[in-house]
Design a protein around this ligand. Structure first.
Ligand code: NAP
Length: 248
């Protein structure tokens, strides 16, 4: 059975490793092509957009795809919508493999907002030193005149016109340890952290570090997703594949 694995997340990497070398399924990993040097994975990989819903429908038909697994990052809302619509139009089984969101616990001081623009507004007018960890795709919301100084961390540098005026750029790829996050926040004299509610272990140390330091976190909620089966454990995603493989 041909499987299209929509990637760009650590869950997709995990599933790609599980699906490689199997004789009963032929999985192809799809990446948007945003990261300059993506982690090499042991699956045939295609890179670049499909050309909207119509393009994805054409791809599913041309490649005779038997099932789609949407393992895109929780914030890749458009790709999720396109996958849902294209799978509905072609009657292709679709599931999502993702990670659970973080939940605020005792000692956390979160200001929850719906998107990056609301996060920028939530910083207020009083000058602050902001640890901006939303990644370069959302950095544009913080560009332009602002009373704040930003310490922006991302894997690749954002586009020049997406950079805040007052800026320290830290290029780094997680996972990060709590001790390193505390040291960075102290060193940069951070007042407030901005994060997406990405979930997962690789980047949660910043949230734990903020709690330890008593810093508030502007937390961007996840975008809404279409209705389809969602798995957070790899064995459940593999079970779903098995059920569709044996039925095909
Ligand atoms: P998006 O807004 O949901 O999608 C924008 C367009 O990029 C899609 O319409 C599609 O183009 C193309 N695309 C996205 N994911 C793709 C994939 N896996 N394979 C082929 N084409 C894809 O996505 P995004 O937020 O820009 O994220 C792009 C990629 O980075 C995703 O793969 C995502 O998993 C990863 N990522 C995103 C974030 C984030 O915060 N958004 C964080 C970490 C990683 P067409 O319409 O032409 O098909």
């Amino acid at each position: 059975m041909g499987i299209l694995l929509l990637g760009g997340s650590s869950e997709a990497s995990l599933l790609a490793r599980e699906l490689s070398g199997r004789g009963d399924v032929a999985a192809t990993l799809s990446l948007a092509g945003r990261t300059k040097n993506p982690t090499a994975l042991p699956l045939p990989t295609r890179i670049g957009g499909f050309g909207g819903v119509e393009g994805l429908i054409a791809y599913l038909k041309a490649e005779d795809v038997g099932a789609v697994i949407d393992a895109t990052h929780p914030f890749a809302a458009q790709m999720k919508r396109h996958a849902f619509e294209a799978c509905a139009a072609t009657n292709t089984p679709l599931c999502a493999f993702t990670r659970a969101p973080w939940i605020a616990g005792e000692g956390d001081d979160w200001i929850e907002v719906d998107d990056a623009a609301a996060a920028a507004r939530a910083l207020g007018d009083e000058p602050k030193r902001v640890f901006l960890t939303t990644g370069r795709l959302q950095a544009g919301a913080f560009a332009g005149p602002s009373p704040h100084h930003f310490v922006l961390r991302s894997i690749d540098a954002p586009e020049p016109d997406h950079l805040p005026a007052s800026l320290d750029l830290v290029l780094a790829r997680g996972p990060f340890s709590i001790a390193d996050e505390i040291a960075l926040m102290r060193d940069k004299r951070i007042d407030i952290v901005v994060s997406k509610n990405a979930g997962g272990e690789a980047t949660r140390a910043k949230i734990d570090a903020a709690r330890e330091l008593g810093l508030p976190v502007v937390m961007i909620r996840r975008p809404k997703t279409p209705e389809r089966p969602v798995f957070v454990r790899v064995e459940d995603a593999l079970g779903w594949i098995e059920a569709h493989r044996s039925a095909s």
